[in-house]
Design a protein. Sequence first.
Length: 278
Amino acid sequence: MAGLSHRQTEILNLARASGRVMVEDLARRFEVSAQTIRKDLNDLCEQRALTRIHGGAIIASGVENLAYEARRFVAADEKKAIGAAAAALIPNGCSLFINIGTTTEEVASALTSHEDLLVITNNLNVAMLLYRHPRIEVIVAGGAVRRADGAVVGSTATQLIGQFKVDYAIIGASAIDEEGALLDFDYREVQVAQAIIANARSVILVADSTKFTRSAPVRIAHMSQIQTFVTDAALPAGLANICHSRGIQVIETMPKAAADLDVDDGGAEPVSTVARLR
């Protein structure tokens, strides 16, 4: 990418390797001030190489998702907290769909102490997490396996999903825009997600706040089609208004006080009426 300094090139390489970079970590690594690093990040964001998040930046996305291993490192603590909170909403003795994503996998990890569950999934990683547990029955959707992340996608998986009507669906999204659109990158994956939404009595969306600053080209659904949204931080004002007007339950697992916000990282705190969990 033209016009980058050596340090900015290194920052971009680090972001590509791990999915995100943080201001304080970079300041220590390069032995410069946090203000200098923020300027570097802002320059990279202006070139649409990165997208700013609170305290750092992530690789910008538009038509292609981050690699699976990189996604696992992005907001890892936040995803773990979201997974635990979402699993707490699932009662014993119920049926549920769990779809593709590193956050939905955290929900699966937190379900291992549940009993008498029927889990239908198109995520091989979820199946591997749950199949050993004797009180959890796992059904894996058939079809082509996406080598990059163990996703089962395509028409065969969609058809199997359509044979069930379950109590809950746990879904993720690669991006959520201000108008409430849930977005992803692979239209085959989106077709399965749409079938999951259509065949669940209650839909729980799990997504960390980095998804509010990302974009993706394929529409999964709209916020109005879900019943519960579990995330880590306050919603942007537009999303908060949609959730309030549609009666969507919003659960923040790691809310940040206004004093914790970096002035350079997005300004005023968004407003949301939510259940806050620590």
